[in-house]
Design a protein around this ligand. Structure first.
Ligand SMILES: NC(=O)CC[C@H](N)C(=O)O
Length: 257
């Protein structure tokens, strides 16, 4: 049977994700060969998906278009009730957070699924975008990496990127009691420069807050939901796409094969 992986195609870098997912599915060999990649613009298309990527772009715009297309509730169900694998990059990570700081006036709709609070545009405006080498230990378990050694640096593209500024407790996430804790999958050491008052003035780290000396949290996972602040789809490094697709095959594979 075919594994259908959708990429939310309302706005932003969906085409680039599909390209890299296509390469990744080839690299997975027989495990990836029955992967079908589709663009998702409505709830009918979403209902055919086993897993979904929400790309980078503009989270406010994406949420507005999703609301107009009747996709917000189906997306929430896909992530939180059906618990299908979902990966959000940049704006996608913002949409998958339970809470966001520095949203546009009037706030913005979120899909939720990750018990975290993100800080939008943490590093500043478009001109303050940057590319930096990231150390992502989880890539050691990616197919083709032999499960050992330190993976080569990953080139992280940060464009008006958010960070995860807090891990929420059960108050922040009503459905969290039966959920796994949020795993921090990647940090950017020592760049905590533009954090909001809310994230910098607390004298001590409260339970659930990200420790201040950890650096900026730029990749997290909680159960079926994975989020990255940066844009793997804007590189030609397929390692994260291969890693994620492999997890999807593993997770969905039980019912699917
Ligand atoms: N490159 C991006 O996806 C930027 C995200 C953007 N800052 C937002 O709030 O949606």
């Amino acid at each position: 049977m075919t594994l259908t992986v959708g990429v939310l195609a309302l706005q932003g870098g969906f085409y680039e994700h599909i390209n890299l997912l296509r390469k990744a599915s080839r690299q997975l060999g027989p495990r990836g060969q029955d992967t079908k990649l589709i663009e998702v613009r409505n709830s009918t298309e979403l209902s055919t998906c086993d897993a979904l990527v929400i790309p980078g772009g503009e989270s406010t715009t994406m949420a507005l278009v999703a609301a107009q297309s009747g996709l917000l509730e189906p997306l929430r169900k896909f992530v939180k009730v059906d618990k299908k694998p979902v990966w959000g990059t940049c704006a996608g990570l913002i949409l998958l957070a339970e809470a966001a700081n520095d949203t546009k006036k009037g706030g913005q709709e979120l899909v939720g699924g990750l018990a975290v609070r993100v800080h939008r545009n943490h590093f500043g405006r478009q001109v303050e975008s940057f590319i930096t080498d990231l150390s992502l230990p989880f890539l050691a378990s990616s197919p083709g990496q032999n499960g050992s050694g330190t993976p080569a640096p990953y080139s992280g593209v940060f464009i008006r990127a958010p960070i995860v500024e807090a891990l929420l407790t059960s108050e922040g996430s009503p459905d969290s009691p039966e959920r796994s804790p949020v795993e921090i999958m990647g940090v950017l050491p020592g760049r905590r420069t533009k954090a909001t008052a809310a994230s910098t003035t607390a004298p001590d780290t409260k339970p659930g807050e990200v420790p201040k000396d950890l650096g900026d949290v730029i990749a997290v996972r909680q159960d079926n939901v994975f989020g990255t602040s940066f844009h793997p789809e804007l590189t030609d490094d397929t390692r994260i796409h291969v890693w994620w697709l492999d997890q999807v095959v593993e997770r969905v594979g039980g019912q699917w094969r």
